[in-house]
Design a protein around this ligand. Structure first.
Ligand code: NAD
Ligand code: DAU
Length: 351
């Protein structure tokens, strides 16, 4: 079996759902269920014997050691993290604790487990660390997209904590020989995306008749990738990636935020027009910028294409249409995650 950490979050849940659809190999899914983790994301796996869920902290050395000894996975895919940049600005401590210390403790438990295996198992074992393009910092409008050899220049507490975890994972390969692979991916979107992030927040606010907050001038650029394509890339790297290597994952879809939000408004105008006939674009509101806001990210994913033959299946146009339709069809899921702690976050961040 494989062990997935953070498999009740946005990307982790999509990965686990897709894995269970396409593989007969079981998944041990370890998640602490922070505000971002949600068992509703995995509801369709209820009764599926190939999915074992354990609530726990990936930084709990004893728990991880016990699970590794009991289930003897052949691979670990590490998604667990604090992932929201704005939250890292309000309170960096959790990001340092989870993303740096948690990853370190997980690696320690995995190293001890891996050391105890025979040579064949040791060489077949994989630890795949899931990371982000934000570790490379910010690009000017004309600079080429990030490659795997770009210098690390993280600018937010979130990206700095992810950068640190990348370095620790790398060191465990270099120093101890642990078969580590890393991926650095651009912005994901799709089903089960928590509505603190731009795309689901805008869909949710539009339908609720609220302001659609654009930070600063809205000309910041992100490189969007449909989440199922990211999951496919991770499966490919896990199966065929070269140990010790890093692979950039991206959608070749650079868009300014304002354009993303206008596109969402236009799709909603078509699929769920406002009762008064006015466009959702009228709800767009420019608000105070994010401190230290990175201007542009862009991923050069040609290494992944050249070495492993991976390319995204979705364009931004097809992926964003699927995403809006998913949110319209899953209003219960949205209602479930936008109560309680979510409302506290929104008033802290926007009011
Ligand atoms: P998310 O915030 O939606 O989910 C994170 C999950 O990790 C949650 O289920 C949470 O409960 C769990 N978790 C947090 N702390 C934990 C702990 N101590 N022990 C066990 N579980 C814990 O995040 P996401 O957007 O799904 O991102 C997943 C990974 O992918 C992260 O490592 C993130 O840095 C990376 N990434 C995200 C994006 C993106 O656009 N969302 C892009 C590139 C890389
Ligand atoms: O690049 C990969 C990263 O993408 C991941 O590592 C992170 O985990 C993930 O959260 C995401 O980070 P961003 O900061 O790019 O995503 P977010 O959805 O928060 O913001 C996208 C852009 O939209 C960014 O430029 C900030 C802007 N924004 C965001 C929000 C929430 C707004 O203008 N208004 C908003 O209300």
């Amino acid at each position: 079996m494989i062990l997935v950490t953070g498999g009740a979050g946005f990307i982790g849940a999509n990965f686990v759902l897709d894995w269970c659809m396409t593989h007969s190999e079981p998944v041990l899914n370890l998640d602490k269920l922070t505000y971002a983790g949600n068992l509703q994301n995995l509801a369709s796996l209820q009764g599926n014997a190939r999915h074992v869920f354990v609530r726990g902290d990936f930084g709990d050395f004893n728990l991880i050691s016990r699970l590794l000894a009991e289930y003897r996975p052949r691979a670990v895919v590490n998604f667990a993290a604090e992932s929201h940049v704005d939250r890292s600005i309000h309170g960096p401590e959790d990001f340092i604790q989870t993303n740096i210390v948690g990853t370190f403790r997980l690696l320690e438990a995995v190293r001890a487990y891996w050391n105890g295996r025979d040579d064949a198992d040791k060489s077949a074992f994989r630890f795949l660390h899931v990371s982000t393009d934000e570790v490379y910092g910010s690009l000017t409008p004309t600079e080429p997209a990030f490659t795997e050899t770009n210098r690390y220049e993280p600018n937010s507490p979130y990206s700095a904590s992810k950068a640190a975890s990348d370095h620790i994972a790398r060191a465990y390969h270099h120093t101890y020989g642990l078969p580590v692979l890393s991926t650095n991916c651009s912005n994901n979107y799709g089903p089960y995306h928590f509505p603190e992030k731009l795309i689901p927040l805008v869909i949710h606010n539009a339908l609720a008749g609220k302001a659609l907050p654009i930070y600063g001038d809205g000309r910041q650029i992100r490189d969007w990738l449909y989440v199922k394509d990211h999951c496919g890339a991770i499966r490919e790297v896990l199966a065929h990636g070269r140990v010790g290597e890093t692979y950039n994952v991206g959608g070749w879809n650079e868009k300014p935020n304002i354009e993303v939000v206008q596109t969402l408004c236009d799709i909603l105008d078509r699929l769920r027009p406002r009762a008064d006939g006015v466009s959702y674009r009228t709800q767009i509101t420019f608000v105070k910028d994010r401190p230290g806001h990175d201007r542009r990210y862009a991923i050069d994913a040609s290494k992944l294409e050249r070495e492993l033959g991976w390319r995204p299946a979705e364009t931004f146009e097809t992926g964003i249409e699927k995403t809006v339709r998913w949110y319209l069809e899953n209003s219960d899921w949205v209602a479930g995650v936008t109560s309680g702690a979510y409302r506290d976050w929104v008033s802290k961040q926007y009011e």
